[in-house]
Design a protein around this ligand. Structure first.
Ligand SMILES: *[C@@H]1O[C@H](CO)[C@@H](O)[C@H](O)[C@H]1NC(C)=O
Ligand SMILES: *[C@@H]1O[C@H](CO)[C@@H](O)[C@H](O)[C@H]1NC(C)=O
Ligand SMILES: *[C@@H]1O[C@H](CO)[C@@H](O)[C@H](O)[C@H]1NC(C)=O
Ligand SMILES: *[C@@H]1O[C@H](CO)[C@@H](O)[C@H](O)[C@H]1NC(C)=O
Ligand SMILES: *[C@@H]1O[C@H](CO)[C@@H](O)[C@H](O)[C@H]1NC(C)=O
Ligand SMILES: *[C@@H]1O[C@H](CO)[C@@H](O)[C@H](O)[C@H]1NC(C)=O
Length: 234
């Protein structure tokens, strides 16, 4: 190796360590189903939580970021404040998750009005299932929509590619329902992170369960089960 190249190599190493230093934000992805409770870890917490500030960002819903917790104390005027609490490890707990809670959450530490270290960011992805019908009975066709709500800053296609996120419908025994299964029409829209299941209900479907799963790097992260309750039966 020439001296020149050794220098440029060192330069590159220096540059890349500088870049990871700047963008050295600790990022976590958390997946949860609507209606559940969630804990978002604060991966840069200091001793005690009185330096902790939690900021919520969802470009689609708010033009600016919203402070949920300021220096360890819950802000009273946010729409969701009743469902929020700060864990003893400075994590943010949110009860009864709704589809409006998805987005980017930042944990940031301040001491003497000065930010300490880089942010820790949590992307919250919310899985939700809805049905085309409220009253269902044998002979009717029903469509189940399973949607993953993710941060608006990136399209679902980007998440699917960069975080290897996938959505599936599976049956009671955990077998993936596919397009080739004649009973079901499965279709997906990757730009909106939706997978739909369309089928005509049979008598024996009463109490049948279909489950929508989200996987990241081939690991199941969360799922929602839909149980058929045919209105014709008890
Ligand atoms: C983020 O911080 C946590 C806790 O310090 C650590 O366990 C995790 O590995 C970090 N993640 C990344 C991507 O650096
Ligand atoms: C925050 O907590 C630490 C340790 O519990 C304490 O030493 C410090 O004085 C507190 N700071 C403020 C601003 O309350
Ligand atoms: C959870 O939130 C939904 C609305 O998103 C509400 O209808 C339901 O009553 C809430 N459940 C509890 C246990 O608070
Ligand atoms: C914060 O201010 C106090 C009092 O001025 C000082 O003792 C302490 O070292 C400061 N802490 C940091 C992290 O700057
Ligand atoms: C699940 O799907 C597999 C493959 O189509 C099928 O063999 C199995 O009987 C199904 N199980 C249930 C409970 O529907
Ligand atoms: C579901 O399938 C039925 C029967 O094939 C069809 O009539 C209906 O339009 C489909 N619905 C959707 C939303 O694809």
């Amino acid at each position: 190796m020439s001296d020149e190249c050794r220098v440029c190599l060192l330069g590159l190493i220096f540059l890349s360590s500088l870049l990871t230093g700047i963008s050295g934000v600790n990022e976590t992805h958390v997946f949860i189903s609507s209606g559940e409770n969630v804990r978002l870890p604060c991966n840069n917490a200091l001793h005690g939580c009185n330096s902790t500030t939690w900021i919520y960002n969802n470009r689609f819903r708010h033009s600016t970021a919203v402070e949920l917790i300021r220096l360890g104390i819950k802000e009273k005027d946010t729409e969701r404040h009743e469902r929020l609490s700060l864990g003893s490890d400075c994590s943010l707990n949110i009860r009864n998750i709704s589809t409006e809670d998805y987005g980017s959450y930042i944990c940031r530490q301040y001491v003497n009005h000065t930010q300490q270290g880089p942010d820790a960011r949590v992307y919250l992805h919310v899985l939700h299932v809805s049905s085309s019908q409220t009253e269902i009975s044998a002979g009717l066709s029903v469509t189940l929509f399973c949607q993953l709500y993710s941060y608006d800053g990136g399209s679902c296609d980007d998440w699917i590619r960069s975080e290897r996120i996938q959505l599936f419908w599976v049956n009671q025994t955990g077998v993936k329902l596919t397009r080739s299964d004649s009973r079901y029409q499965i279709s997906s829209s990757s730009d909106h992170c939706i997978i739909t299941l369309n089928t005509t209900l049979l008598n024996e479907d009463h109490n049948r369960e279909w489950r929508c799963e989200v996987t990241q790097r081939d690991q199941v992260k969360t799922s929602v089960t839909y149980t058929v309750k045919s209105s014709g039966e008890k």
